[in-house]
Design a protein around this ligand. Sequence first.
Ligand code: M6R
Length: 642
Amino acid sequence: MRYQNTPVVLWSNWRLKTAITKTFISTNMCGIVGYIGNGNVYDILIKGLHRLEYRGYDSAGIALVGNDGNLKVYKAKGKVSNLEDYCKDKSLEAGVGIAHTRWATHGEPSDCNAHPHYSEDGNLALVHNGTIENYKVLKDALIQHGCKFHSETDTEVLVQLIEYIKVKNNCSLVDAVREALNQVVGAYAIAVIEKDHPDTIVAARQSSPLVIGIGDDETFLASDATPFVEYTKDVVYLKDEEIAVIKKGEPLRILNLDNRESTIDVKTLELSISQLEKGGYPHFMLKEIFEQPITLRDCIRGRIIEGGAKINVNGINDNKDIFLNAKRIVIVACGTSWHAALLGKYLIQDMCRIPVEVEYASEFRYSNPVLDDRDVVIAISQSGETADTLAAAMIAKRMGAFVFGISNSVGSSIPRETDSGTYIHVGPEIGVASTKAFTGQVMVLTLLALGIAQLKGTMPQEKIAEIGEEVLRIPDYVEKVLKLNDEIEHLSLIYTYARNFLYLGRGYSYPVALEGALKLKEISYIHAEGYPAAEMKHGPIALIDAEMPSVIIAPNDHLYEKIVSNVQQVKARGGSIIAIVTEGDTEIKNIADHVLEVPAMPECLTPIITSIPLQLLSYYIAINKGKNVDMPRNLAKSVTVE
Ligand code: M6R
């Protein structure tokens, strides 16, 4: 993401000047995909759109140029399957094509506002992920020059602008794209095709991801590599202000906005097709919940050595002095990642005795933060693309703090823009509700805290080794907890029609309560609130009655006796209780209506285990209600809008 702190003056060539002072540019979500080659263009693009649907599913569309020289654009409101239905009786023959799945920002979800957008003369079609912030002024100028618009989108302005410049300057598509992008303020990943040149795609990026896949006699492009992973592992991540010229039968060329050639840095993908399929599960969310023993093993691998005694997290070892001298750690994140961040605070404070603050990235970025070069800022983001988290990280970097990223997406913006960091290595998470990424984030934060504690000597080595050994057993504990599946499925039937839920926990179990409530809300649309259990008596206890179930996370930790009395307080007011307890629990078992038992382990590791029954509970309640758990309404996986 680019930081611009000076006014950008546009339009010198149109004699229309506007000064726009920008801070950070945020992108919208959406997924784009493009293909040129001898394969079945339509099939490749549709399959690619399905893989990118996690980025938005308000509408989808496709543009194809056939050997007959016709540009065909088909679009449909709603999911990609609607587009497929619409295309059933259409002419789909093509040698090149681009496609789009949309999360609406400018203009409601509709057929008309769906991408691809095309120029008025029907010569160009364009797909766009991003936001053109000066689109109104551009649109007015184009209207003055006789352009007519059909949609409410910022994207249509861009395609009309490119066509206008192309005709006016009588230039090539790539020159027109470059000229247009020099006039645009905003974020974009775009792909453009031209009716008269069916051998070329021009693509470009600024602040929105775009990756090019290079195959044998075929080239792909997409918002991430998932649409083409089965065809090629050779990829080029386009950088900001770069334009790719993809021409059939010719090597890829990359130019920058000044028309200078860039070097092409081909990387090899570490992603397999099986990671992108449901593997026999009815939903990605369930698959991802059940993958956790494997993903946690992958996450831990190589980071604990000598049987638990040595913590080996690269990002820390490479920056020892920074972590040794940090006067404060600030963690910025959103949503589920914020819940992991809150656990990070408890872990780091407990183990490393460094003060930690946890901030919603969206608040932090506008809060006039106080930071200096002895602060470490940790930015946590599964996708690595969340606009607020990225902006918060950039502000922190600009203020001199050392910025450390924790992400799951290799090559995404946060890993690229931060000073150092580490991956959680849990593989692609496709279900919109985060599950395996949460446990991966918490695991990495646990290792980070243990690693810093080992460096600083703030914990006895025997204690580190004891916890380290237990960390190595976590995947086995998770396997055991997953055996609660049938019991939880059965339990979910009792609670499917509850209209509200409370989730309560103390200490390490409080962030787990917040995460459990978020999971239920986002996929079942049931109102749920997470609370520190002891806060109940300061107000929320008034809500308790027979209609208000509470999920209480109460493992056998140092606050156990305290939470027992909170459980009693809820019971005394007639509320029903589902409790997550440690195996062998007797006290809460006698009070709660239902208990789910998890294995005993050190207190700091309980969140990884206690969160899993909550993931399953929300999954089954949502399924009982007939909800689409992988694509809940109004949400998208990568939140690249403010
Ligand atoms: O990709 P990120 O971790 O930055 O995403 C942050 C949130 O948007 C994300 O965790 C969201 O809250 C999930 N839908 C939760 O399941």
